[in-house]
Design a protein around this ligand. Structure first.
Ligand code: FAD
Length: 318
């Protein structure tokens, strides 16, 4: 079932959902299964699986010159979605990105997903490759998520890239897109970011999942601005329980977000990570309670490979 169908079926009740990362190359899928297992008692209707594009590393060649190598550390999103769906009988949502994909490769991935009975995708642009600094699309790829959304929407109408295609069939993907309560880091200002988000919805996005945030007022403000701009699709808040002191600087660095002062103060005073984990989980629980009372369609947790703290939060709520 599609994400929007799950939301409609819930009739206003807040659902529980979460995101997992594909295991690192060489690891076994059972590590991932054992992280998902403890969260299944809360009956998530869908689980997201992130997509990780290649990175570049430079190695010294025996001839002394530096060699550029392509490395993919977490491959396998499509296969992992199929494996989770089969193992837990739950819908899975693969993340699809523009970076590293030509339009033809995207179409092939969508056809594979259609065969597998996976009917929702989260369509994203992807971050720039770290060593490149700015996002570079493939020569025949998409520069923005709105164009990827457009391609999926076209395929839903039976419009293929391959004009020779003579089988009369169309996909019917539900399309999710990303939103940023604190603004995307490259957007010139908040208003422009909301306009681009509106454009993504106009091109075919059916629902929005937000970047993680730690101050609910930012979400409420974002939601108000979206509605004022005519964005009427469901908006699902993304949440993460803070688990280590180091995340106080790592999360802002990686996700361009701000922590509210009381949380910074409380975590800074923690003697160790165990104390930080207790405060981070409590903070996330309070955020979740308030968002639930506000009537959000789902609480979507970023597991980042760990389920223990999400489980603590979910146990209180679902
Ligand atoms: P876009 O919507 O294309 O926006 C990118 C920037 O361009 C923004 O600043 C926007 O304001 C601007 N913009 C948008 N459209 C236009 C336009 N038409 N013209 C000019 N400017 C425009 N990354 C991964 O690599 N893999 C993942 O699995 C993944 N999952 C994610 C899940 C969620 C819920 C979120 C919030 C993010 C995720 N990301 C993931 C990160 C995401 O790929 C990055 O934040 C990326 O930098 C932007 O992606 P986007 O889809 O928001 O891009």
């Amino acid at each position: 079932m599609k994400v929007t169908e799950h939301l409609a079926q819930a009739k206003g009740k807040t659902l529980f959902s979460f995101e997992v990362l594909p295991p690192k190359k060489g690891e076994n899928i059972h590590t991932l299964f054992s992280n998902i297992e403890p969260l299944m008692e809360f009956k998530p209707p869908f689980i997201d699986v992130t997509y990780h594009r290649e990175e570049y590393v430079y190695r010294q060649h025996p001839n002394g010159l530096l060699e550029k190598k392509t490395v993919r550390r977490r491959p396998g999103t499509v296969g992992i979605c199929a494996a989770i769906k089969n193992r837990f009988d739950v819908d899975t949502v693969p993340h699809l990105i523009c970076g590293g994909f030509t339009k033809e490769e995207t179409e092939n991935a969508l056809i594979d997903l259609h065969f597998l009975g996976i009917d929702t995708v989260l369509a994203l642009r992807g971050d720039p490759i770290k060593s490149e600094g700015v996002f570079k699309p493939e020569p025949d790829g998409h520069a923005y998520a709105c164009d990827l959304i457009g391609q999926v929407a076209d395929l839903n109408k039976g419009e293929y890239l391959d004009q020779e295609q003579d089988d009369a069939w169309a996909t019917s993907f539900c399309i999710g897109t990303a939103g940023y309560p604190e603004k995307h880091f490259e957007a010139p200002n908040y208003g422009a970011d909301i306009r681009y988000l509106k454009h993504k919805v106009d091109r075919g996005a059916d629902y929005i999942v937000t970047q993680m945030f730690f101050d609910n007022e930012q979400f409420f403000d974002f939601e108000r601005r979206c509605r004022a701009a005519g964005i009427m699709v469901p908006i699902i808040p993304g949440l993460k329980p803070l688990t280590t002191k180091a995340q106080l600087s790592a999360l802002p660095r990686n996700f361009f977000l701000n922590f509210p002062e009381p949380l910074v103060e409380a975590i800074s005073q923690c003697r160790d990570n165990e104390a930080a984990r207790i405060i981070g989980t409590e903070w996330c629980l309070n955020q979740s309670r308030e968002l639930m009372a506000h009537g959000v369609p789902s609480l979507h947790y970023y597991s980042m490979g760990k389920s223990e703290n999400i489980r603590k939060v979910a146990k209180e709520l679902f």
